[in-house]
Design a protein around this ligand. Structure first.
Ligand SMILES: Nc1ncnc2c1ncn2[C@@H]1O[C@H](COP(=O)(O)OP(=O)(O)OP(=O)(O)O)[C@@H](O)[C@H]1O
Ligand SMILES: [Mg+2]
Length: 313
């Protein structure tokens, strides 16, 4: 996996012509070239985009409805923010291990969160590298026992993940949890440990039902534990051809309860996601990127609040 930040995107980000950007690149960093497309990867971006200001934070991709795109968006967002030079740790909490698969790491024998807990393994020993800028704590089937273990050992939901990732927050710009479609103790604990909960939904009525339940639960947890937790809804698998896509997005953008929580960019249905993720790649790996890449980029800039410092080089 090698997510790329194309020169077109850098030129847009800096509001400078491609020629000018390339000229500055020549003097400032090693850049790569594939099929005539100039791009940076994580390592080069660290120095070339060192004026980008990351708002360090912990995020959980969550929704009790299955198949809405939690894993797809978590992998795509992590891949994108890493090529801006951010250091990201992804934690796969789902026993299905889809995130570990999407990173091409499901065959690894490294410990999962259940192992960390049951065998008293230091969390750092469970971290594996996916590619420059992205590390992972992978999942496997035994994570199915995680909730029962948390319950049996009487772990405090409030502190379980918050304590576990405390030191890691100093090492990573972003920590991203990919949650299973449940509301068990492990998911609740990841919610409490997070600054932002990303709720992907699909334009269907079942997603809206699931969305309401999740928002209520997040608000209850935030109140109970006196935490400020941001909620961001992403409309995923939008299809221009269906009336339901128009109706559901209009409902979310116009209803008082939801409208402040929905990100303005919708993610359209695209085969690009499954084509790339099923091969352990990201949608940013190809030097010719599609509309899906542009949509995820807009979401990342919004979600991560990427800012340019006043003093651009
Ligand atoms: N924007 C999209 N366009 C087309 N297909 C998509 C899109 N987003 C996700 N998918 C596909 O939908 C399926 C489910 O996605 P994903 O596994 O990310 O959902 P999930 O919410 O993580 O599911 P689960 O609840 O089982 O963990 C996958 O096959 C994925 O490729
Ligand atoms: Mg998933």
């Amino acid at each position: 996996m090698q997510p790329k930040l194309l020169i077109d995107d850098i030129s847009k980000l800096l509001n400078e012509s491609k020629r000018k950007v390339k000229k500055r690149m020549k003097g400032n960093c090693a850049y790569q070239n594939c099929g005539g497309k100039v791009f940076l990867t994580h390592d080069e971006s660290i120095s070339f985009l060192d004026f980008l200001d990351f708002k360090e934070q912990v995020m959980s991709f969550h929704l009790i409805k299955g198949g809405v795109g939690k894993t797809t968006l978590a992998q795509s967002v992590a891949s994108r923010v890493s090529v801006y030079g951010a250091k990201v740790l992804c934690i796969d909490l789902d026993q299905q291990s889809n995130l570990s698969q999407a990173f091409g790491k499901h065959q690894e024998t490294s410990p999962n969160v259940y192992d960390i807990l049951s065998k008293n393994i230091p969390i750092k020993d469970a971290i594996i590298n996916v590619c420059p800028g992205i590390d992972l704590i992978k999942s496997s089937l035994s994570n199915a026992k995680l909730d029962h273990k948390i319950f049996l050992d009487n772990h405090n939901v409030e502190t379980f993940f918050s304590d576990m990732i405390q030191d890691l927050k100093l090492e990573y710009d972003y920590i991203i949890f990919d949650c299973p479609p449940t509301l068990g103790p492990s998911v609740k604990s990841s919610i409490i440990a997070s600054d932002t909960i990303v709720l992907p939904i699909n334009p269907d009525l079942f997603s809206i039902e699931g969305l309401k339940i999740c928002i209520e639960e997040i608000k209850n947890l935030a109140d109970s534990y006196n935490k400020e937790i941001d909620i961001k809804i992403i409309i995923n698998k939008y299809d221009n051809r269906t009336i339901l896509s128009h109706e559901i997005s209009q409902f979310l953008f116009e209803t008082d309860y939801f409208k402040h929580l929905v990100l303005p960019t919708v993610v359209h249905n695209s085969q690009d996601f499954s084509n790339k993720l099923s091969r352990g790649m990201s949608i940013f790996d190809s030097p010719s990127q599609k509309k899906s890449a542009k949509e995820i980029d807009d979401i990342v800039i919004d979600l991560m609040e990427l800012r340019l410092c006043q003093t651009k080089k």
